[in-house]
Design a protein around this ligand. Structure first.
Ligand SMILES: Nc1ncnc2c1ncn2[C@@H]1O[C@H](COP(=O)(O)OP(=O)(O)OP(=O)(O)O)[C@@H](O)[C@H]1O
Ligand SMILES: [Mg+2]
Ligand SMILES: [Zn+2]
Length: 260
């Protein structure tokens, strides 16, 4: 190995690599050589230098990866908070969830499909599985979760209030939307036009959309005055993969705490 001295008289010295011990011939400045009494012990061979550089690069890449992963986690945490999804829906304990609903939820979560519509009787896990999917999709895109009847109320909240601002943002088509209990929104003209706006903006802007309802699609269509009820249902059937849940409620009767 030959290293060029920075300037001035230089000396060629025999030494060994400080890492692997291979014999080396190096050039050092006469001043440096003298300062170290001829003991040139700090040099490494080309292979060891290359290994050290590669190791430094690996360390930097790993650090960057950790920073990036933390940033992604933090962004997800913020999106969950801003979305309004109830906390208990983010990481539910799921036992034997219905296969077809879970399959659709996974595909929604990873972005393969852009719409989910869960219908069926009370207590079957529609909101729970929809929440699981919505929360995971938040890793990819921001979104707003609202119970449909609450959305309709919030749209009429005090002008300038947070409720009204978020409700209007949900109608803007700029974010993913979840409408839980869609069939519980009032059947008035006003409610119908607002629900239409929310679903139509998600539809035309190709935003992810999650809907749950006890009523099946054909009954949802008749929930509101015509033709708006039909137009809501028609957009839903194109935008959303539909899963009908069946079976018995998973809700358990409340009990007194056990004494001991
Ligand atoms: N796969 C599951 N494993 C364990 N518990 C579940 C599962 N799915 C739902 N649950 C529980 O069952 C209860 C009812 O679930 P959920 O609220 O999701 O039902 P739903 O279909 O949305 O009902 P509704 O139509 O009345 O809104 C909740 O307490 C929920 O935590
Ligand atoms: Mg529900
Ligand atoms: Zn070496």
């Amino acid at each position: 190995m030959t290293l060029k001295a920075a300037g001035g008289p230089s000396i060629t010295a025999d030494t060994t690599c400080r890492i692997c011990g291979t014999k080396l011939t190096v050039e050092v400045s006469a001043a440096t050589y003298k300062r170290h009494n001829g003991n040139v012990t700090w040099r490494a061979c080309d292979d060891c230098n290359a290994n050290e550089a590669a190791e430094r690069e690996r360390t930097i890449a790993a650090e960057y990866e950790e920073i990036h992963a933390n940033w992604l986690r933090e962004r997800w945490r913020r999106r969950i908070g801003a979305s309004g999804i109830p906390r208990k829906l983010v990481n539910p304990t799921l036992t034997a969830p219905p296969h077809d609903a879970m399959k659709a939820a996974v595909e929604f979560a990873n972005g393969t499909i852009n719409g989910l519509l869960f219908t069926g009787p009370p207590g079957l896990g529609k909101t729970t599985i929809a929440g699981w999917a919505f929360a995971r999709r938040l890793q990819h895109t921001p979104g707003i979760w609202r119970s449909a009847p609450i959305l309709v109320n919030d749209l009429q909240a005090e002008f300038g209030s947070d409720e009204r601002r978020v409700a209007n943002e949900l109608l803007s088509g700029r974010q993913m939307v979840a409408l839980d209990d869609l069939d519980k929104a009032r059947g008035t003209d006003y409610a119908a036009s607002q629900i239409f706006a929310a679903i139509n903006e998600a539809y035309v802007n190709e935003q992810p959309l999650v809907v749950t309802s006890n009523l099946p699609l054909q009954d949802l269509a008749r929930r509101w005055p015509q033709p708006i009820g039909e137009t809501i249902a028609d957009r839903l059937q194109e935008h959303c993969v539909r899963v009908v849940l069946t079976g018995a409620t998973r809700r358990k009767p409340a009990q007194l705490p056990t004494q001991n």
